[in-house]
Design a protein around this ligand. Sequence first.
Ligand SMILES: [Fe+2]
Length: 388
Amino acid sequence: MPYDAQLNFVFWCPTKIVFGENTALDIGIEVEGLKCKKALIVTDKDLIKNTDIPEKIRKALGSLCVGIFSDVEPDSGIHIVNQGGKLGKELGADCLVSVGGGSAIDTAKGIAIVLKEGGELQDYAGFQVLTRPQTPHLVIPTTAGTGSEVTYVAVIKDHLEGRKLIFGDYNILPNVAILDPKMTEGLPPRLTGATGMDAICHAIEALHSSQKEPIADGMALHAIRLIREYLPRAVENGKDMTARGQMLIAANMAGAAFSNAQLGMVHALAHSVGAKFKVHHGLANSILLPPCLKYNADACGDVYLKVLAIFGVNIERIRPEEAGSAVAEKIIEFTKKLGLPQRLRDVGVPEEGLKECSELALSDGAIVYNPKFISDSAEVLKVYQQAW
Ligand SMILES: [Fe+2]
């Protein structure tokens, strides 16, 4: 369906994308291209322990590297970001090179703020609070899912309050993203599947968002095509460089799509079970996607028909109002083939915790853009119960 000629929208993606096998080793050229001389690597201890990736990047940077901050944790907290900012200041860092998944990238976005603005990260929570470009930030993703290398948002946990804080600002969009399939080669099958499902949720939520727009739509639809074809291959054989590369591209396109078109209830509900019960973000999205598609079905039939077609379904005889349930079934089939858990009870969420999560989800920023307006936590609870 064509868009209304009166539609106003902004598409914003200034991040330079570099793609190709072993391109991460050219990180020094990219750092110098930003006129920087003192890079702080931001990564996590597991990546250092289990892979040689951070060390390879350190070597590739040579004298341009002033240190490694490796305290990133899953769902990085405000205190971690503030520690990273302190180290960056001590070392005189003038840019950040994040190496890792969403947590490393988001942590570096937070450190970029603290390094530039001073104070503590929590002083800058919210949307469009910053007034100038932040510390230059180059990203080397080691997962293909978050798309955080091209989004203007960082999600950082407030451990004291037990919730996730959102930092949304065009000034924290990374300057450079290097998509090197070699960097995701060692990701285990379950994490490959879970992070890939995060990417497909970004694409589907960008498509059904109340802020949907045509450029993001094009990117989201192509991301779904790539994920449908290459995620099973990447899970099956992690050394399949074609599949790894196409998944990095898919996650990147889905990231750019949702950074502009926003998300919806799948992410609102996933953020809440993540904050309360430490459910992996990709797994939470994967489990919650089917019941959310059913919930939104009567508002998004045309959109879901397009997704169904990508999954190889002949849509001629499917009515738009049936498309949500049909896509949900396809997603369930897809995630079963990937070997991913199907229910919230399988990933450590107790049934009695759902009510609290449903109240928390209502205050999540992503729910604002859901295609159907939701203001009643009882409705959210019903969706959680279907996923439980
Ligand atoms: Fe996500």
